[in-house]
Design a protein around this ligand. Structure first.
Ligand SMILES: Nc1ncnc2c1ncn2[C@@H]1O[C@H](COP(=O)(O)OP(=O)(O)OP(=O)(O)O)[C@@H](O)[C@H]1O
Ligand SMILES: [Mg+2]
Length: 305
């Protein structure tokens, strides 16, 4: 039995088809990432999986329990950090944790032991008895994570756990995510940060316009694009007519930096064309480099299709 399994989820809001036939699963001790741009349908998918909104079609199972038909059984296994959530700002971190524990029916003693541990791990011990009102965004986000963990759930569902955090807070949250997996937990998270997905996830599904358009391990996703090379050219001055000269290639121009994505066997041709154009325009080339595609390149390539 899979910790999380979603089958053919569909959801529309008026005329907007937010999610259009999404199926996914999360294995035990796995970090599964749903990676996609703004508006791709990540949050809507998460909300259906956590039983916040009913799908128009399809179903979501947590440990084999349908979230709509057996909500208590299904939800007993999960801890959730929603995309938009806020702790009570007039309460302290400690009191928020006590409250979350009560909601999850965690016994008084366990609640206190776990709250102490979690505050420690998440670097909030010193702020434990301060009102959340004075917390930074990073502190609030870590508190939300602690609240989701108060019942020691086997499955964590995190919607954009690091979005809006500074580098240090984001790193802390990521290392906690990795530690949770090492403890044997299963995690479903969403992100639009490609590097983060590559770093954290065992498996990634790329979602765009409500559909999963690619899926695999970070390595798989790179391998499937291995035949692609990225040529990066830095010019000394602006150069016109690049798009025309390189018609048929995937070109991205950012000022004097040009990035060309092409197949391995087209590298020669692409370089020849841009060198020729630069020469005929009297523009010097400062740098040419070719490399395998980054996650960002892969993402853009897949989404562009
Ligand atoms: N409650 C709602 N009412 C109307 N439209 C909605 C609602 N929720 C989502 N949508 C629309 O559904 C689409 C998918 O939204 P969703 O929030 O799932 O995307 P997302 O991938 O989480 O994006 P983001 O990265 O910005 O969080 C968007 O076009 C959005 O405007
Ligand atoms: Mg979202």
């Amino acid at each position: 039995m899979k910790p999380i399994e979603a089958r053919d989820l569909e959801k529309s809001f008026g005329k907007v088809r937010a999610v259009n036939g999404v199926s996914l699963y999360v294995d035990k001790e796995e970090i599964f990432g749903l990676l996609g741009p703004n508006g791709a349908g990540k949050t809507t998918t998460i909300r259906m999986i956590t039983g916040i909104i009913p799908p128009d079609r399809g179903s979501a199972l947590i440990m084999g329990h349908d979230v709509l038909r057996e909500p208590m059984k299904a939800k007993a296994h999960i801890g959730v950090v929603p995309e938009i959530a806020a702790p009570y700002v007039d309460l302290s971190a400690w009191d928020n944790l006590m409250l979350a524990g009560r909601i999850y029916h965690v016994s008084d003693r366990e609640r206190k032991t776990r709250a102490k541990e979690l505050l420690e791990v998440l670097g909030l011990s010193e702020a434990a008895h301060r009102k959340v009102k004075g917390f930074s965004k990073g502190m609030r986000q870590r508190l939300l994570l602690a609240m989701a963990l108060i019942s020691d759930p086997d499955i964590l569902i995190l919607d954009e756990p690091t979005s809006g955090l500074d580098v240090i807070s984001a790193r802390m949250v990521r290392s906690i995510i990795l530690a949770l997996r090492r403890e044997g937990k299963s995690l479903l998270l969403t992100t639009h940060n490609i590097e983060e997905a590559g770093m954290l996830c065992d498996r990634i599904a790329i979602i765009n316009k409500g559909k999963i358009i690619a899926e695999g391990s970070p390595e798989d996703l790179k391998i499937s694009f291995e035949e692609f090379r990225n040529i990066r050219v830095v010019l000394e001055e602006d150069l016109g007519g690049i798009e025309r000269a390189l018609e048929g290639f995937d070109v991205l121009i950012q000022g004097r930096k040009v990035s060309i994505m092409c197949r391995q066997d087209e590298v020669d041709e692409a370089i020849r064309k841009i060198v020729k154009l630069a020469e005929s325009s009297g523009v010097r080339i400062k740098e040419i480099q070719t490399a395998g595609p980054s996650f960002e390149d892969i993402f853009m390539k897949i989404i562009g299709k």
